[in-house]
Design a protein around this ligand. Structure first.
Ligand code: C2E
Ligand code: CA
Ligand code: CA
Ligand code: CA
Length: 279
């Protein structure tokens, strides 16, 4: 390693690829962004198309770097995971989501859920569950407002430990959504073992709904499966009215997607909620 700036080391090992070099630079930017509080959340509304009410919001990470511009969470999260930054960043995300929830209590008449994406590395951290319960208590937020979104990939590692933690979270009143359903290592047997409350149909399946008056067997069976297991079912990535109508007709009432609203800042969400209740 060769010293360049004041405190930054740049590596020049010949075997180091451009990608590794780029990732290394990005991680140091990310660390700085975390310290400078440049990481924020946007929130995307989830609508019950049946009752026409807002039933929840998904928190989505945003990073507008002065040097790099906007960096996608699809890039940030893997880097945060491989560098260990996911633990402090994940805690910061949870706290921001909790603050948002507390603010929204003043703007919502009915109960709602705020969903936060969780990385397997956070869940594997020994104190994750206790820390989260303590954080909720310190903000005086009822755990029933919080939902954690996990993906099927979470289940390949230390299944028994993960299962135990999910049960503890659920016992504390935190909801659990299985995100990106149908894209991962689906084994249907775990669906019954996990203490889930929600199943999220991945956008990949919604994209298949390309025209009205057609039957989409795969989606129909995912909705029926969720209903048989007594799980809420949410469709994500819904962009078109006929997609929302199709899902509604098949019994999937909760819709998330550009059709109802893009991810927004808290300020925009508050305006959105006011407009929405007038419609
Ligand atoms: P995801 O959890 O599957 O989130 C849904 C993604 O779809 C979001 O992308 C959202 O902006 C986008 N989306 C929602 N509705 C539509 C639509 O109608 N059309 C289209 N084309 N896209 C739609 P985003 O915000 O770029 O996030 C990408 C992924 O990054 C997320 O996928 C999630 O896996 C990860 N991520 C985002 N925020 C966090 C976070 O706070 N923590 C963790 N661990 N992962 C996060
Ligand atoms: Ca998600
Ligand atoms: Ca998803
Ligand atoms: Ca996805």
């Amino acid at each position: 390693a060769k010293k360049t700036g004041k405190s930054t080391y740049r590596h020049y090992e010949p075997q180091m690829s451009d990608k590794m070099e780029n990732d290394y630079i990005l991680v140091s930017h990310l660390r700085k962004a975390y310290e400078n509080k440049e990481l924020s959340l946007n929130f995307q509304p989830q609508i019950d198309s049946n009752t026409h009410k807002i039933v929840g919001f998904e928190a989505l990470l945003r990073w507008h770097s002065p040097e790099l511009g906007t960096v996608s969470p699809l890039k940030i999260i893997p880097l945060a995971e491989s560098s260990g930054l996911i633990l402090p960043i994940g805690q910061c995300i949870l706290e921001q989501a909790i603050r948002f929830t507390l603010d929204m209590l003043d703007h919502m008449e009915e109960p709602f859920l705020v969903s936060v994406n969780i990385s397997v590395i956070q869940l594997l951290e020994a104190s994750f569950v206790d820390d989260l319960i303590e954080t909720l208590a310190s903000f005086e937020l009822e755990p029933s407002y919080l939902q954690l979104e996990i993906t099927e990939s979470i289940l390949i590692e230390s299944y028994d430990i993960i299962l135990g933690k999910l049960k503890k979270l659920r016992a504390h009143g935190i909801s659990l959504s299985l995100d990106d359903f149908g894209t991962g290592y689906s084994s249907l047997s775990y669906l019954q073992q996990l203490p889930l409350t929600e199943l999220k149909i991945d956008k990949k399946f919604i994209d298949e709904i390309t025209q009205p008056n057609t039957d989409y067997v795969l989606i129909n069976s995912i909705i029926m499966l969720a209903q048989a297991l007594n799980l809420n079912v949410v469709a994500e990535g819904v962009e078109k009215e006929f997609q929302a109508e199709y899902l509604e007709a098949k019994g999937c009432h909760v819709i998330q997607g550009y059709y109802y609203g893009k991810p927004m800042t808290e300020k925009e969400i508050i305006l959105y909620c006011q407009d929405f209740s007038l419609d």
